[in-house]
Design a binder for this molecule. Structure first.
Ligand code: ADP
Ligand code: ZN
Length: 705
């Protein structure tokens, strides 16, 4: 290593610490920054939240001249500029949202060499006037953000991006960096070719978003309740996005959540422009708003502290799922991608696809994509491994941060049940939908069934061992695996596929994932939620909001949640200690340090001490961890953790509701089972309830009675 590179690195690190307040580079940041400072080109593939911005912002500060940042996301430019200015960086933007006066002022700053960074929309960059201006100033580098927009095959194609190739011709000596979070192999090649980046070093950080926890559960028929419980238990007061398939469902869900006291706003193409704008900007600027939206919402949403993305419907491909869930946790903090899906989703999407007018080859691709998505839903092993594999990326070990890793699903031999379901469909003439077939299997002699004489079939009433939702789940799995197909007529009748035969004939067995009850345990996913609901945290948030309002900027522009959470946890007592917290550079320390120290001083609380094993479990629960997470952290089995909790309930230390989130009906169901059992052993109760509730939950209910 030469002296020159040493000093480049030292220099970059110094800026990272003093200006941005971060102690270390992440991912490939250090190498990318060095490549640019030394005058080379770079193509950067880094997942959302990976830290792309610093890759060009630091070289912009170190190289002489102004860095030109090209971005299609006009709506975000001002926020980005505000955020940079908060760190004492001289930044401005030029886009169609500015009036003539403002434009001229920025242009003058540019020509006088007073800007470190200038953000600009691609169409403006191409204007002759802008080209003339640029030829007169010293340019530090070009950063081309959202570089996948140059790809004609992608979903975000921008014709203006094609012209960006001239940058290289006009300014051959200025280093360029192209950045994107979404580019498969083909798109990468296209970016290189169209932007003339053949000489660029490629930095590929893969696609993984380790801070996002993937969870996919069945819609148990009451999706809204499931959603509400999820939000209340895990994301109370936090910002999130809820995706629904239809406008009507968006409106209904937003209204329903609002009626329940949550701050939820709708967003879809059917609303007036004004309402949409207003709801979007409230979501961006206020703390803890939930936006309920169709997929029309999302492009250009760069809010860093979205703590969850919930899907109430199945997306039609893994690409769509990954893009939508990717809007969670851009700040790198723990976040949830939570989805419900059910039989109806599968039927609706299959029908929509089959009945579209698209040509056959297109349909075939779409079908393939939906199958992959369904495969992900029914997956028994690590979801993240499957997701990354789909994008050609690899993860060597199961991730430990998806539902399947955290509580491995049970499987069961479903061969006999599947045979019953398949032969029922077959004997009823392959003309009926799932609800009807389930009634036949369960032996419900309603008038329709009698009218068709299906109460005389051999399959009538042979399926009493499963309840309705279990049968529906089984049919969904059979459809997802294409053992049954759904007809095109819109009535949803199901037919047997070729691949069903070996199972019917007993030549092949079928193992399926057990239909799990969505975790009824009280769960809270964020680590930082440990501190999140303390009094100090709330006070820090309130103070941040006040500062943000005074300046008319979003709260995260003042400090990110991560910075605030660290403050709440470490409770610094003076400026020196405060300066050690990630995200506080010199400028912010000067501007806000004293007032935040004051808030800490006023709200400081004594930390409880951890004692014996039982007490420690209780303490972690009170800090917001789930039984699963506690088990993980303490390297105990989940059963042990529940035993601790049950003991605490028995001794009156905890309420049942602190531990499990069961609704009244569920509680009654369990209590009823206990009352009608001879002894108080758990196994018969567990079985009587069809395995729907974990032993741990039953143990806690028993402890409470
Ligand atoms: P991207 O553009 O790749 O989605 P950002 O550049 O917005 O990501 O960075 C995501 C978050 O990570 C931001 O809050 C940013 O301040 C933070 N960040 C970036 N680099 C670092 C680092 N080296 N140390 C700590 N935080 C970082
Ligand atoms: Zn996993």
């Amino acid at each position: 290593m030469t002296d020159a590179t040493l000093s480049t690195q030292d220099n970059a690190r110094q800026v990272l610490q003093s200006v941005f307040g971060y102690s270390d580079f992440r991912n490939h940041q250090a190498e990318i920054v060095e490549q640019l400072i030394d005058g080379g080109d770079a193509l950067v593939l880094m997942p959302t939240g990976g830290g792309k911005s610093l890759c060009f912002q630091i070289p912009a500060l170190i190289r002489s001249g102004t860095a030109i940042v090209i971005s299609p996301l006009i709506a975000l430019m001002q926020d980005q500029v505000d955020a940079l200015q908060q760190n004492g960086i001289r930044a401005a933007c030029l886009n169609s949202a500015l009036d003539g006066m403002a434009v001229r002022e920025v242009e003058q700053q540019l020509t006088r060499g007073e800007l470190d960074l200038l953000y600009i929309a691609p169409e403006r960059l191409m204007m002759p006037r802008m080209q003339r201006l640029l030829s007169q100033v010293h340019i530090a580098l070009f950063a081309i953000d959202e570089a996948h927009c140059v790809s004609q095959w992608g979903h975000d194609f921008r014709p203006e991006y094609i012209q960006l190739s001239i940058l290289h011709q006009y300014f051959p000596d200025v280093p360029r960096i192209a950045l994107t979070a979404t580019a498969d192999e083909r798109t990468q090649q296209e970016i290189i070719q169209r932007l003339g980046l053949e000489q660029a070093r490629v930095f590929n950080n893969g696609f993984d978003r380790p801070n996002i926890r993937y969870r996919i559960a069945e819609n148990n028929g009451n999706a809204r309740e499931q959603l509400l419980r999820f939000i209340r238990n895990e994301h109370d007061g936090e910002a999130g996005i809820v995706y629904c398939l239809s406008r009507k469902r968006v409106d209904d869900t937003a209204k329903w959540l609002s009626d329940k006291g949550l701050r939820a706003l709708p967003y879809h193409a059917g609303l007036s422009n004004e309402t949409r704008q207003q709801n979007q900007s409230r979501f961006l600027r206020e703390d803890g708003i939930i936006i309920v939206a169709t997929i029309a919402f999302g492009m250009g949403i760069d809010k860093p502290d979205v703590r969850f993305v919930a899907h109430l419907n199945l997306p039609k491909s893994i690409e769509a799922y990954y893009q939508e869930t990717g809007r969670a946790g851009r700040d790198g903090l723990p976040s949830d991608a939570w989805m419900l899906y059910g039989l109806q989703d599968v039927i609706t999407l299959r029908q929509m696809q089959e009945s579209s007018d698209a040509d056959d080859s297109y349909k075939r691709i779409e079908r393939h994509k939906l199958d992959a998505m369904l495969g992900l839903c029914e997956q028994e092993s690590c979801r993240r491994q499957a997701l990354l594999h789909y994008f050609g990326d690899r993860l060597d070990k199961p991730c430990g941060n998806c539902d399947n890793c955290l509580s491995p699903p049970e499987t069961w031999d479903a061969t006999v049940a599947a045979q019953k379901a398949l032969s029922c469909a077959y004997r009823a003439g392959q003309r009926f939908g799932v609800n009807y077939l389930v009634d036949v299997l369960q032996g419900k002699a309603n008038s329709r069934i009698q009218q068709f004489g299906h109460d005389k079939l051999t399959v009538f009433g042979i399926g009493k061992e499963l309840n309705t939702s279990q049968w529906r789940g089984l049919f969904r799995q059979l459809i997802a695996r294409r053992l049954l197909s759904v007809d095109l007529d819109g009535h949803g009748s199901v037919q047997l596929s070729q691949s069903a035969r070996p199972i019917l004939r007993g030549e092949q067995t079928l193992t399926l994932r057990k239909l799990a009850k969505v975790s009824a345990g009280k769960t809270r996913s964020s680590n930082f939620a440990n501190t999140a609901h303390s009094q100090l945290w709330e006070a820090l948030r309130a103070h941040r909001k006040q500062l943000a309002d005074e300046q008319g900027v979003p709260a995260y522009v003042i400090f990110h949640d991560a910075t605030l959470a660290e403050m709440a946890e470490r409770q610094p007592q003076n400026r020196e200690q405060l300066a050690l917290i990630s995200g506080i550079g010199e400028r912010k320390l000067d501007a806000y340090g004293d007032s935040f120290l004051e808030v800490i001083h006023e709200n400081i609380g004594s930390q409880p001490q951890s004692g014996d094993s039982n007490a420690e479990t209780v303490l972690l629960l009170c800090q917001g961890m789930t039984p699963l997470e506690i088990a993980h952290r303490r390297e105990l089995t989940v059963a042990t953790v529940y035993r601790h909790l049950a003991k605490a309930i028995r001794e009156g230390e905890l309420e049942l509701a602190d531990v499990v989130a069961l609704d009244e009906a569920e509680l009654q169901e369990i209590r009823f089972a206990f009352e009608h059992s001879e002894d108080k052993r758990l196994k018969p109760i567990y079985e009587a309830l069809g395995g729907e509730y974990d032993y741990g939950i039953l143990e806690c209910v028993r402890a409470a009675s």
